[in-house]
Design a protein around this ligand. Structure first.
Ligand code: FE2
Length: 299
């Protein structure tokens, strides 16, 4: 039997659960109605955020020049034209390329836009205080990159240890052109798919990586994300998704995860990343120590 404590300070760490307990927890997560579903009656929604798309785009262009990653300004969707092969190549295991690693750190000016964006999300999307990813994830995907066959890699962030109470927020910083090469599945289809693996995320991801027939099946069950530049996509963290190899242009996007403070308090266990860094999904770790309400404008 799973023993889940209710005291906020004394949650059990997810890594202390047995495989069977993890599967039971995942099954319950998919059986329940999520906060996202209650709020939006859908697996995903889009809203306008044009001023932030513009500001983030300008900031990325500025940082590319300041970090001396490109010799002169170029439209971001053509960035690959200026980058050497080794900047565009993926590490096959984690699907990360060198150019993206240069954006693990940004600067105060970029972060000010990010904090303004967080305050905007509270007004326009969530309408209550939420925890948010301390450092936004900036992804730069280029066409014709070595090890592009890392993708697709269908997954849910929950399968990598993230709390199911999270909402994923994704916005493109390049135009759609021939596609963002990002696919998303509804919660209903994701649930059916994971049900076939008894909600064993490891079995699911193993198939998604190694079984090409299964991966093709996921292609058929998912839809390409077509969010226009100037809009953002928010989706239920239970939705299966993946990146794909880019065809002809560079796609740059920002993704973050947020959790309403009240939902975070209801979590069944303390969540921890299953990756190399074993990051804790707690304020002051993965999440900013302040919540969206506490941001004053001078962070
Ligand atoms: Fe993901």
């Amino acid at each position: 039997m799973m023993t889940v404590t209710t005291n906020a300070a004394e949650k059990q760490n997810i890594n202390h659960l047995s495989s069977e307990e993890k599967m039971q927890l995942a099954k319950a997560i998919y059986a329940n109605t999520s906060y996202f579903e209650q709020m939006f009656h859908a697996s995903q929604i889009e809203i306008n955020c044009q001023p932030f798309a513009d500001q983030f785009q300008q900031a990325i262009s500025r940082l590319l020049l300041e970090k001396k990653l490109i010799p002169a300004a170029i439209p971001l969707e053509r960035l690959h034209e200026c980058l050497a092969d080794e900047m565009r190549a993926y590490n096959f295991n984690d699907g990360i390329n060198q150019i993206s690693t240069h954006f693990y750190e940004t600067d105060a000016s970029f972060m000010q836009i990010y904090y303004d964006f967080i305050r905007f999300l509270q007004t326009a999307l969530v309408h209550e205080p939420f925890l948010f990813q301390a450092t936004p994830t900036i992804r730069i995907h280029c066409p014709n990159a070595e090890n592009s066959h890392h993708y697709p890699r269908y997954h849910t962030d929950i399968g990598y240890g993230h709390p199911p109470e999270e909402i994923n927020v994704w916005l493109p910083l390049t135009p759609l052109l021939d596609g963002h090469s990002f696919r998303l599945m509804s919660v209903a289809e994701s649930k059916k798919l994971l049900g076939r693996f008894d909600y064993d995320f490891n079995a699911f991801i193993g198939h998604a990586i190694h079984n090409h027939v299964f991966s093709r099946e996921c292609d058929l069950l998912s839809q390409p994300v077509t969010t226009a530049f100037g809009r953002l996509l928010a989706f239920d963290s239970r939705s299966v998704h993946t990146g794909e190899p880019l065809k002809t242009h560079t796609r740059i996007s920002i993704d973050i995860r947020i959790v309403p403070v009240k939902q975070f308090a209801l979590r069944a266990v303390d969540y921890q990343g299953s990756g190399r860094r074993k990051i804790l999904f707690q304020p002051g770790h993965c999440y900013h120590e302040k919540n969206s309400q506490q941001l004053s404008g001078e962070e």
